[in-house]
Design a binder for this molecule. Structure first.
Ligand SMILES: C[S@@+](CC[C@H](N)C(=O)[O-])C[C@H]1O[C@@H](n2cnc3c(N)ncnc32)[C@H](O)[C@@H]1O
Length: 493
């Protein structure tokens, strides 16, 4: 049996046939039926696998193309569900498929494996009746793989359809008592090292609530469909205005500027979004910017810096907040193409702002010039697995270590950029301890008394379960947000 952590990465073709022994299939009696939803889903999975595409970028473009050829909304919704559902539960499905074939998964052609995963998802997780799931997936296999491999797909799917998901998990997951992390990795479709890292972090922040039930809730939340949340940028739009356009939407849980599209709805149809006065932004990201802006400050509050601004979500909120109190924002981003996205996100901001493309570790600004500085550093993204389901299979533990020096450099530069008495915010969308508290502790040690902690918890009013502070870690299962981390520091000397 293969565990999820051993079966990711399908792009390397084995070159071998997917069908048993590469036997010639009998001539088809009829042409295979083309099913646009499943073909789009298959093409998206191939792009994610082969070209490291991001599902949230590739799928919309494939859907647009298919819609131009007449695909209807129902099929588009099905394709979306198939892609995200399959990517989220790929680890579990791999373990099931491995139990149904007589060779290691690495010996199965990656396109065949993608079709099998799509079939497993329909059989084990959707409400599509088994016979329809099998026949539609075999038709897909005939179209995209050929008749020989379709026979193999048919045989494997029939084996999968013999049990439901719970029964399969009983069969393929190692017992919890024997190896808790391996068990959870298979049941909840996360690589084992990610289970371990999330569990460690949960134990650090929520020691009272970090047992098996809590970590399972977290892993389950990672596999959930995130709701779309809007931000009404303060001074530019109001939640009421957004709610009028989206009457089904609900107010945010924690941010007074948030509106949640729990029942769906099209943000693109809202005038305030079209006019950049509002945007899509997870509440966790909203809270980070709001807390930095709310931190108490002695003296002037005129100039703010976002040192890692691309694509510009937090910068747009910071710029709106700065404008309300007559302050200006400098939004800096290393990658020029991402700096252009920041410029787009800030367009129309009522107060002064500048967007620059600059390396935050080699500042293009003078030391001690800013009253408030945010560095939302590049990270593993393990806090946003709901949105980027493929990220968990792509990331490696070494990536986390590789980000460490840059994260420390960016935080040190942020401290350097802040005036004495000013506030520094260090944020990541990863809860991995090596990217959060360990970075801040190291910088506090080397900065030799130039900075001190600010308790961030009171700056997130009404948000429960924030632990002992002074920094805060948000969680999908507790707060319904991405797992954003925020540390606030004051420059003291
Ligand atoms: C987590 S993202 C920031 C997200 C952004 N704050 C937002 O809310 O839209 C981190 C950004 O840092 C940028 N980055 C990476 N290295 C950098 C550096 N040395 N200096 C400045 N920005 C950098 C990345 O290109 C990426 O756009």
């Amino acid at each position: 049996m293969s565990t999820p952590s051993s079966t990711h990465g399908r792009s390397g073709s084995s070159g071998g046939p997917g069908g048993p022994g590469g036997k010639r299939a009998p001539r088809p009696h009829r042409r295979p039926k083309k099913d646009p939803a499943r073909i789009v889903a298959f093409r998206a999975l191939r792009a994610v696998d082969e070209r490291d595409a991001y599902a949230n970028l590739i799928l919309p473009s494939l859907l647009r193309e298919a819609e131009q050829k007449g695909m209807d909304r129902r099929d588009a919704a099905l394709a979306t569900e198939l892609v995200y559902g399959t990517l989220r539960l790929q680890g579990t499905y791999d373990a099931v498929i491995a139990a149904c074939i007589d060779r290691p998964l690495s010996k199965v052609d990656p396109p065949v494996l993608d079709v099998l995963s799509l079939g497993a998802h329909q059989l084990l997780t959707t409400r599509i009746p088994s016979h329809a799931a099998v026949s539609a997936t075999v038709e897909l296999a005939r179209v995209v793989l050929g008749d020989g491999k379709a026979k193999f797909v048919n045989a494997v799917l029939r084996r999968i359809s013999a049990h439901d998901l719970d029964a399969w998990i009983e069969r393929v997951a190692p017992p919890y008592e024997k190896d808790a992390e391996d068990h959870l990795a298979v049941v909840h479709s996360h690589p084992r090292w990610v289970v371990a890292a999330l569990w460690d972090s949960l134990g650090r922040w929520q020691p009272e609530a970090a047992g098996r039930a809590a970590v399972e809730e977290l892993l389950r939340a990672d596999n959930g469909r995130p709701e779309v949340t809007l931000i009404a940028r303060p001074g530019r739009a109001t939640v009421e205005e957004l709610a009028e356009a989206l009457p089904e939407a609900e107010p945010g849980r924690w941010s007074p500027f948030a509106l949640r599209l729990a029942e769906g709805g099209d943000p693109g149809s809202v005038a305030a979004v079209q006019e950049n006065r509002a945007g899509v932004q997870d509440e966790g990201s909203q809270l980070v910017a709001l807390a930095l802006a709310a931190a108490p400050l002695d003296g002037p509050d005129r100039l703010w810096l976002d040192g890692c601004a691309g694509p510009g979500g937090k910068a747009a909120l910071l710029a709106a907040l700065a404008a309300e109190r007559g302050a200006a924002l400098v939004a800096s981003e290393k990658q020029p193409h991402r700096a252009r996205l920041v410029a787009r996100a800030l367009a129309g901001n009522p107060g002064p702002y500048t967007v620059i493309a600059a390396d935050g570790t080699r500042p293009a600004w003078k030391s001690g010039g800013f009253d408030r500085v945010l560095v939302d550093v590049p990270c593993s993204g393990l806090g946003a697995l709901r949105r980027r389901p493929e990220a968990r299979w792509r990331r490696r533990p070494e990536d986390v270590a590789a980000f460490g020096p840059l994260q420390r450099d960016l935080l040190r530069s942020a401290v350097e950029a802040t005036r004495v008495g000013g506030v520094v915010g260090y944020a990541t969308c990863s809860p991995h301890l090596a990217e959060t508290r360990a970075v801040v502790d190291d910088v506090l040690r080397t900065e030799g008394g130039r900075v001190e902690w600010i308790d961030a918890r009171p700056l997130l009013p009404g948000v429960p379960s924030l632990g002992d502070g002074p920094d805060v870690q948000l969680w999908p299962h507790l707060h319904g947000t991405d797992a954003m981390y925020l540390a606030l520091l004051r420059r003291t000397a």
